[in-house]
Write a protein that binds this ligand. Structure first.
Ligand SMILES: Cc1ncc(COP(=O)(O)O)c(C=O)c1O
Length: 385
């Protein structure tokens, strides 16, 4: 039987990260000790109270059945309550909240609901690859990348963007650069979206992973449910990447379109995970992160400091990022070559080119290893650079 990939699948660029994974596996098989600072996947376990809660929930047969594809009412209410407490915005739990099987699927599915083949979708460069690929290309839309430049704090120049796109993705705290934004920027972005009739998709997956005195805003704060949809996730917040649970809030029409697509494709996130959302977000008091989360953040902050100080000693000019567990490092020469040198020393870093052409000349390091392993990586770097 002869068949080929559909054209839209052929449009996808080679998945650099899979190629790196292959090389890493090969090195491991050869017996090399690998320090993986490549992948944005927390090494720390999910906080014990959440694990215990989920274990207990599994004993309830109600959790064994199909969930509601609209999202469980209690969970939608818990998310609305959390938005009130954390961002002081009023969300209608009935029309303005969707529950996702991780935010990634929502970021991709929103495109299917509102973008026609051939229409433009604006995606940052560098960026999390889903916006341009899983969302735009797999919807037969046209991804248009716009640069995030260091001299602009990795924020886009909104006025210079094409005004004829259907949708734009923005993401702060940012993967891969670790950059953050303030409400003034979000207000500017929202105004621009309104003027140009562009749907505003805001990826706030790292809103709770912030350091020092920085508190991440929500796009909903600046333009409540007016052409905005914001995506959030428990993945990074509570070290829960493996569970697959996230949410979207915003414009009732955008939420309704997203739910319509999802109702044809999936049958909702498992109920016990939705209940874990209710439980964990319910731990916030007066908008403050619960202790279990503060403990986590303290670990990432210490690792960040160790990595930044170590890199400075090696001669790199780096600023400690105010959010995310990423460090966006400017390197000499092509990012692939730098990553290869690192790999030969047993360190995995992600070449910036994998996030778009403006990522060239950078590598991303994730602080998903212990302080001791980060120190060991710095030691190895000092020998090969
Ligand atoms: C910027 C950004 N958004 C969204 C996601 C997806 O998170 P999840 O699907 O686990 O909720 C990630 C994961 O790495 C990410 O880096």
């Amino acid at each position: 039987m002869e068949f080929d990939y559909a054209n839209r699948l052929k449009m996808l660029p080679p998945y650099l990260f899979a190629e790196i994974e292959e090389k890493v596996e090969k090195k491991k098989k050869e017996g090399m000790d690998i320090i993986d600072l490549g992948i944005g996947d927390p090494d720390l376990p999910t906080p014990r109270p959440i694990v215990d809660f989920i274990k207990h929930e599994l004993d309830d047969p109600d959790n064994h059945r199909y969930p509601s594809s609209a999202g469980e009412a209690d969970t939608r209410r818990a998310i609305a309550r959390w938005y009130k407490e954390r961002f002081n915005v009023d969300i209608d739990p009935n029309g303005e909240v969707a529950i996702l099987i991780g935010s990634k699927e929502g970021l991709a599915n929103i495109c299917r609901a509102f973008v026609n083949p051939g229409e433009k979708v604006l995606a940052p460069d560098p960026a999390y690859p889903v916006y341009a690929q899983g969302a735009a290309l797999l919807t037969d839309a046209v991804p248009v990348r716009f640069p995030l430049l260091p001299e602009k704090g990795f924020l886009p120049d909104m006025e210079s963007l094409p005004d004829d796109a259907r949708m734009i993705y923005l993401n702060y705290p940012n993967n891969p650069t670790g950059a953050v934004c303030d409400k003034t920027f979000l207000l500017k972005a929202h105004r621009w979206c309104n003027e140009t009739n562009t749907i505003f998709c805001y990826d706030n997956a790292y809103s709770e992973m912030t350091f020092d005195d920085y508190v991440a805003p929500s796009a909903i704060e600046v333009g409540h449910s007016d052409g905005i949809i914001e995506f959030g996730s428990l993945s990074k917040t509570f070290n829960m990447t493996g569970y697959r649970i996230g949410y979207a809030v915003g414009d009732a029409k955008l939420i309704a379109g997203l739910k319509k697509v999802k109702s044809q494709i999936d049958s909702g996130a498992p109920k016990f995970l939705q209940r874990a959302v209710t439980m964990s977000l319910g731990e916030y008091k007066n908008g403050q992160r619960p202790q279990m989360l503060q403990d986590n953040i303290a670990v990432y902050q210490e690792r960040r400091n160790v990595l930044v100080n170590g890199l400075r000693k090696l001669g790199f000019k780096v600023k400690p990022p105010k959010a995310t567990f990423y460090l966006w490092l400017k390197v000499d020469g092509p990012s692939l070559e730098f990553a290869e040198t690192m790999l030969n020393a047993g360190i995995v870093v992600t070449p910036g080119i994998g996030f778009g052409k403006n990522g060239e000349g950078y590598v991303r390091m994730a602080t998903t290893q212990s302080v001791e392993r980060i120190e060991e990586a710095l030691e190895r770097m000092s020998k090969v650079l």
